[in-house]
Ligand binder design. Structure first.
Ligand code: CTP
Length: 132
């Protein structure tokens, strides 16, 4: 497997994010990260991320094991992004288990779900900080 791709918001960057990206990178030679754009997040969750898309991209791009980042502008374009970046393997956390199995048929890119790091998420961090 040469080119690995993954998608996510990666807002309020935390250790669960580092771990999944590191594990994804170890599965290939290159890791491409599709960052949900601010607009896409607003559509999905009804709120903007805490960190802007440019700041999120700057953080992810600074990781030594990340080759390239781009903004995911629409959930419907996953297959097009995968083809555009010539990805061989799509990695997602297992909160997405089964949801991207269709990608294999449409693009020939393999799909793998990795276990999430327990007990941490951006949503939870926001709740904890709010309650301080
Ligand atoms: N992820 C992980 N372990 C965690 C949290 C996230 O492996 N504890 C993975 C997700 O499965 C996904 C990627 O990190 O593949 C980006 O997830 P994202 O939704 O941006 O992070 P969350 O912390 O889950 O954010 P939210 O609470 O807003 O959903």
């Amino acid at each position: 497997m040469a080119r690995v791709i993954t998608f996510g918001t990666f807002d309020v960057f935390h250790v669960g994010h580092v771990r999944i990206l590191k594990r994804a990178a170890e599965l290939g030679n290159e890791l491409i990260v599709g960052l949900s754009s601010d607009q896409l997040n607003f559509k999905k969750k009804g709120r903007l991320p805490v960190y802007s898309q440019n700041d999120r991209a700057e953080i992810i791009a600074s990781l030594s094991f990340v080759t390239e980042t781009f903004f995911e502008e629409s959930l419907e374009l996953k297959a097009e992004y995968i083809k555009q970046f010539n990805a061989d393997l799509l990695v997602m956390g297992d909160d997405w288990e089964g949801k991207f199995d269709w990608v294999k048929e449409k693009t020939n890119c393999e799909v793998l779900y990795l276990p999430r790091t327990p007990s941490i998420s951006t949503t939870e961090i926001i709740e904890v900080v709010k309650a301080l």
